[in-house]
Write a protein that binds this ligand. Structure first.
Ligand code: ADP
Ligand code: MG
Length: 318
């Protein structure tokens, strides 16, 4: 595919996203050149999606283009950074014009929505894999990490948990979702929405944050380790759709992947600020799902206190 590489880049990837003010040199040279304003810091991250591993191979190319960028944007949101630019490393089994056109349009739409520019990358032949390196800006020292939660902080999550995993389970025939939830759950799987609207709230109020890509239980555990704290989660407070609530299968919300919601910690004195956020953002509501403690990691399920550090007897979603 080497001889086609330049044609592919020129045709599909030379103008993706909004031309941003801080790009001195974009695609076309040996490397790109970017400016970082003196009062800001660069926040960088990278995530790879492998076909058949991170998405089913029959996923539409436009959805793959969206999701590859969305999962990276979600990492920036968790750090309270504003997207600036990205690099794309694309490995393709073959030069399929129709696939490339749809992939580039999905990618392009999402890059426009979140106002960042594709400034370079690499293209080669092999099994389908998409790596994106993303960069965002944050006013100096205003980034949020997993590290500074303290006992007494409330644990919050955006949106609803478990919908993407339900969408995947339905698609694979493992469950039979009611008609009224199918479209919503498949959308959650294929079109995750990075929570960048939460960035101002995080900068103002959060002590720590993480994006939920592998299930709340595991991802919150990373935050607890980094902060040197424990937590108690309230199962009935988890934001889930009616089906999960009725069936009692909270594993989809706790231990399944692909939510791309944000989990953050906020001092309990800021309940008014949380309420006020929720009044103004019905599509990105924050739910209080538990509290940071000194040590231990427990889930209160209404009757029992389940030890999540030694989760014997606790049925993990597979
Ligand atoms: P080199 O051989 O010097 O590494 P390449 O031929 O790989 O350069 O790339 C030429 C230009 O095209 C570079 O600016 C590179 O960043 C860009 N590019 C290559 N592949 C992609 C891609 N998939 N998306 C965006 N830009 C790309
Ligand atoms: Mg190269």
């Amino acid at each position: 595919m080497a001889q086609d590489e330049f044609a592919i880049i020129e045709r599909y990837f030379s103008s993706i996203g909004k031309p941003a003010g801080n790009i001195a040199l974009g695609i076309g040279d040996d490397a790109a050149v970017v400016d970082v304003p003196p009062t800001e810091q660069l926040v960088v991250s990278m995530d790879t999606l492998v076909g058949g591993v991170h998405f089913p191979l029959d996923t539409s190319p436009a959805d793959i283009g969206h999701k590859a960028l969305a999962v990276n944007l979600s990492d920036l949101a968790a750090m309270a950074a504003t997207p600036a630019w990205f690099l794309l490393s694309l490995t393709l089994p073959q030069n399929d014009a129709d696939w490339l056109h749809q992939f580039a349009s999905g990618l392009s739409q999402t890059a426009e929505t979140f106002k960042l520019q594709l400034i370079g990358g690499d293209t080669c032949q092999g099994g389908l894999s998409i790596s994106i390196q993303i960069a965002g800006l944050v006013p100096a020292a205003r980034y949020i990490t997993r590290q500074h939660a303290s006992p007494g902080d409330l644990i919050l999550v955006t949106g609803e948990l478990g919908n993407a995993a339900l969408g995947l389970a339905h698609k694979q025939g493992r469950i039979d979702l009611p008609q009224n939830l199918q479209a919503k759950c498949l959308l959650a799987l294929n079109r995750p929405q990075p929570r960048l609207e939460l960035v101002p709230f995080l900068r103002e109020h959060a002590s720590a944050a993480i994006d939920i890509s592998d299930g709340l239980q595991g991802d919150l555990a990373h935050l607890l380790k980094a902060s040197g704290c424990g937590a108690k989660l309230e199962q009935l407070a988890l934001p889930v759709n009616d089906w999960i609530g009725q069936q009692g299968c909270y594993d989809y919300a706790l231990a399944a992947g692909d939510d791309y919601e944000i989990c953050c910690c906020v001092a309990a004195t800021r309940r008014n600020e949380i309420d006020s956020w929720n009044r103004g953002h019905p599509d990105c509501r924050l739910s209080i799902v538990g509290e940071i403690t000194r040590s231990g990691y427990f889930l209160h399920d209404g009757e029992r206190l389940i030890d999540l550090d030694n989760a014997q007897g606790y049925q993990h979603f597979d």
